[in-house]
Design a protein around this ligand. Structure first.
Ligand code: ADP
Ligand code: MG
Length: 274
């Protein structure tokens, strides 16, 4: 694996001035599923600073989801450990841990029988926030994800478009203001235009916070647009972890080079049509 110690060139990368422990640190993390000798995740070492927007890029089956799900303990590593702000997550109760980490997935997973307001307030209600505080937060979150509260708060998920549902999924994950957000191909099922809008909104949301984002995608354009640094995975291994610029100019291995090459070929296809 090749990594560079240079700080990101991207000005939107807000690293905290005081260098505390990394927001997320993977130490020798491996995952094998039972009955399988193959590594889904193979000896991963990564250090992610607070405030970074990290994208994880890799083809289907490369271990992206497995890596992400170990951070909120939906899966346990077979080897190695993961620390959040210096604290080993094995010592944190999984339920408590998940309340501290936002999680957004492609299938959104809104509760169909609950209004949008109730969906967004799922965790605050579990935490028994008082009614006014919840109402205020729901309204603030709807504004944040670009939806007008009065229009949407009383609707049900089936009364929303796919893009709007994904905005609600995002709002729900942000409800208790978690320091870390895990996003697993959140825009994978959306049309190209909606996807571009949501990418821009997500960048805005990240830019206005000091949150650490870990965002999985198989789309190279999405990975390079959003990520201040990009993790490239292949067959459970991290091939390269660096800024988009560094990856494009200095691909670490054959796999990364071929990934960039195939994307360039697509560009030429478009140029040929002009
Ligand atoms: P990605 O998200 O990059 O598509 P995954 O992390 O889902 O990759 O999968 C990595 C590998 O682990 C694949 O070979 C997949 O078949 C295997 N895998 C994923 N989840 C499970 C599971 N629950 N049980 C057994 N094998 C799994
Ligand atoms: Mg996946």
């Amino acid at each position: 694996m090749k990594t560079s110690q240079k700080p990101s060139m991207n000005p939107s990368n807000k690293r905290s001035g005081n260098m505390g422990p990394p927001a997320i640190k993977f130490h020798n993390v491996c995952k094998t599923y039972s009955k399988s000798n193959e590594y889904a995740v193979n000896h991963v070492n990564l250090s992610i600073e607070e405030g970074e927007f990290i994208t994880i890029l890799g083809s289907s089956g490369s271990g992206k989801t497995t890596l992400l799900k170990m951070v909120n303990r939906l899966y346990e590593p077979s080897q190695g450990n993961i620390k959040l702000f210096g604290e080993d997550i094995v010592s944190i109760d999984p339920v408590m841990l998940r309340r501290r980490i936002g999680y957004v997935i492609q299938q959104v997973g809104l509760f169909p029988h609950m209004t949008i307001a109730k969906n967004i307030a799922t965790v605050p209600r579990l935490l028994k926030w008082d009614k006014e505080k919840i109402e205020e937060r729901v309204s603030e979150l709807l504004h944040l994800v670009g939806l007008y509260p009065r229009t949407y708060e009383h609707r049900y998920p089936s009364q929303l478009s796919g893009g709007q549902q994904q905005r609600i999924g995002l709002a729900r994950a942000l409800a208790t203001n978690p320091a870390i957000m895990l996003l697993d191909e959140p825009f994978g099922a959306l049309d190209a235009i909606t996807r571009l809008h949501l990418q821009d909104e997500l960048l805005k949301i990240h830019g206005g916070s000091n949150k650490t984002f870990l965002f999985v995608t198989h789309d190279i354009n999405e990975a390079f647009k959003l990520g201040t640094r990009v993790i490239i995975m292949n067959q459970g291994k991290v091939c390269q972890f660096d800024t988009p610029k560094e990856i494009v100019n200095h691909p670490a291995d054959e796999f990364v080079a071929s990934l960039i090459q195939s994307s360039r070929e697509q560009e030429r296809f478009w140029e040929a049509l002009e």
